[in-house]
Design a protein around this ligand. Structure first.
Ligand SMILES: [Zn+2]
Length: 325
């Protein structure tokens, strides 16, 4: 009954107008704001490579005891990050201070280097710094991440010089990212709150070891982020026991409208709704979050139904600013 209600509310929500969606987001935030400490997954950007006025590029923020862990840095999500600024479980919103949410957004993990996951690199490096971050950010990602960061900073040299050499109060550290390129599966990051493990995923023609998913262990949850991946049973071992499985998805019906060469490509790169239902029936995550949804003209509720026709667990279609606990 509970699941039925949730599915019903989700189906209704996916058909709502933008104004109603905003009000739903506000309700989610209010609910999340009043609950006790614990891991939260904030869907800052839930889009795909195409244009979508409702969705920023890929960015998922995990918050544990006011520590922030950001996964991917697609285009446009920083606006959504700002909307978290007054929530009690976030660090303080104190301008021009490293002791703030701007200082706290300092750990980034990239799944791969496709631009829908990296076009926001400049913003990650520069905007929190301008607002007071002095801690050097750390960036984890596949081979090529260092070049991406270095070239990004190079292209903004004029801005950086203007701020550091002129009259603007500034520091000379908060944009200088320390990069760790990932070349193996297993634990890539660990602190007293979380352990982050990377696993290789097959995504289009990216070579082996150039696209990753992440499994994050927090004090109260296991969260798995699929990254961009085609259906691959090898991934199942990394999805096991997930409380929250955030998985990319491609509408099966939408894909069938494409030309044969595009259909072939999409199946090499992405996981269809039918395939994801199959995965969920094996893994049985407590919550399955449909992320990076590629609709190809399918209505949102139709894409969700493609999954829920075959999988009866809890399914949530990700929207920007959605908070999942
Ligand atoms: Zn992508």
């Amino acid at each position: 009954m509970k699941i039925r209600n949730l599915l019903l509310s989700m189906m209704l929500a996916t058909g709502l107008t933008a104004a109603h969606a905003d009000s739903k987001t506000a309700q989610l935030k209010t609910a999340a704001a009043t609950q006790s400490a614990g891991t939260r997954v904030v869907m800052l950007g839930t889009g795909h490579p195409g244009f979508d006025s409702k969705r920023a590029g890929q960015a998922i923020l995990i918050v544990v005891d006011k520590q922030l862990y950001l996964f991917d840095s697609g285009p446009g999500y920083m606006k959504n990050f700002n909307s978290l600024s007054n929530l009690p479980w976030m660090p303080k919103d104190t301008l021009f201070s490293n002791d703030s949410l701007y200082g706290a957004i300092n750990k980034l993990f990239l799944t791969h280097l496709d631009s829908d996951h990296t076009l926001g690199m400049d913003e990650f490096l520069l905007r929190p710094w301008v607002q007071g971050r002095s801690t050097q950010p750390v960036v984890y990602g596949p081979k090529g991440t260092k070049s991406l960061v270095d070239e990004s900073l190079k292209s903004f040299k004029s801005d950086i010089d203007h701020r550091t050499l002129g009259s603007q109060p500034s520091n000379n550290t908060g944009y200088k990212a320390i990069v760790h390129e990932i070349d193996h599966e297993g634990v890539v990051y660990k602190d007293d709150k979380v352990t982050v493990s990377a696993f290789k995923v097959p995504h289009g023609s990216w070579p082996d070891g150039m696209a990753y998913g992440y499994r994050i262990q927090t004090p109260d949850k296991v969260i798995v982020l699929s990254g961009d991946t085609r259906y691959e049973e090898r991934n199942f071992q990394f999805y096991k026991d997930a409380d929250i499985l955030v998985h990319e998805v491609l509408s099966d019906a939408g894909n069938q409208k494409l030309s044969p060469d595009w259909q072939k490509y999409m199946l090499e790169a992405h996981t269809t709704t039918k395939q994801l239902a199959k995965i969920a029936n094996v893994i049985k995550p407590k919550k399955l979050v449909l992320n990076h949804a590629i609709f190809f003209g399918q209505p949102e509720q139709a894409l969700v139904k493609e999954v829920t026709d075959d999988y009866k667990g809890t399914v949530i279609l990700a929207e920007d600013n959605m908070i999942i606990e």
